[in-house]
Write a protein that binds this ligand. Sequence first.
Ligand code: SAM
Ligand code: SF4
Length: 464
Amino acid sequence: MLSFGDVASEPSSTLLVMGDHYLIRTFGCQMNEHDSERIAGLLSADGMTPTDDTGLARVIVFNTCAIRENADNRLYGNLRHLKPVKERNPGIRIVVAGCLAQKDRGRIQERAPWVDVVIGTHALPHLLDLLRQSETDGPQMDVREQTEVFPSALPAARDDPFRAWVSIAPGCDNGCTFCIVPLVRGPQRSRPIGDIVAEVQGLVDRGVVEVTLLGQNVNTYGRDVTVPGSSRRPLFARLLHEVNAVDGIRRIRFTSPHPHDFTPDVIDAMAACEAVCEHIHFPLQSGSDRVLASMRRSYRRQRYLEWLDEIRAAIPQIGVSTDIIVGFPGETEEDFLQTLDVVECARFDSAYTFQYSPRPGTRASTMEGQIPREIVQERFERLVALQERISLSRSRAQVGRELEVLIEGPGKKGAAAQGRTRTNRIVHLAGALSPGSFVTANITSAAPHHLSGEVVRARDAVAV
Ligand code: SAM
Ligand code: SF4
């Protein structure tokens, strides 16, 4: 077990002790959520306990996101709020981790000198050492450029006993011109297939029924490693088969993929593997060929729509979500209409819609033709309105169907329970149902972002 007590040569009265509390605030994507589970795992393994109460916390961690500019503003706003807290109680430790830590580095402690530890995306295994050092030597920073130990090797404190994230390939080798991810997460590094399968088996043995495989470009998993008997090419299809063969796994999801890398072997594997859910995230970004070229996305609208047709032909009923950016530099009204047109044709079940945000160090941030905020806002609202209409009509098509639902917990909006279909639709249900159990629900009504239903069969209840 990692312990501050063991490593501190001269114990001090301020050193973190067993029973101290920690609080973690996470921003951004699932990869960050999962890194936070590793941070929690490290702190818990050291004898600390989680809390939601800032007043009680001895260690406060902000695990940050850099994907859009408002993330910066939120971090520095949060840090300003903590300044008087730190003045009143110098013993608390403030940690900034994640993508903004990697991006802003020394600037964080210049702007907020009361931050004790800045820890980048590759340095997580060193968190406890840095905290300990900050107790005796003052503010610490580790923003090394390479990961020596996969965070997956660290202990994890997972909140959900039935669903788990499994990191398979952090980093990205693509150079989409709007995206800061390759700058803060580095190149893709695939974990050995055996380690991933062993992690999934261990999770299933502890009651997990659903895993989500995580990577920044998840379906190029394996491209960066050489496997005996194979060349350097993606091994994602093989990984799906191997995870599917884990005894007891019920659902496999993955995110975030690139449309270009849904190669026929991946689609075949998705169709053949019983546990792989009928859902894909298929990020469009723009429907204009001119903008896609400027974004350095490798496909064009026609090819994108053909791929979607091929996937839907192979896996009928598949749920499709997407990401779309509005207001990329140089986007004209005509380009934007092309995006609306692809959205009409593609009939996504849901879409994450983003207003373009210039990120320092990316090619797009210095491009000419940055679009005024009011125009971006007006286009954004038109896109959201269109997608809401399509989402509602896609949801309504589910009414009257019987669907398998994995119960996730108490429901929102008055529903007693909430779960998710294999196609990634949220379902509200009446009646107290145990998280982690599977039921069959008859869908009775639909809204753009959720369905409502009645349980017709409760089966395979998992012991809670
Ligand atoms: N790897 C995924 C892919 O290739 O589509 C995307 C991962 S990124 C973390 C999630 C989404 O954030 C992107 O798909 C994009 O739509 C959005 N995004 C990234 N950079 C952005 C920027 N500078 N401004 C607005 N949205 C951005
Ligand atoms: Fe960013 Fe995804 Fe492009 Fe990689 S593939 S640069 S993570 S948008």
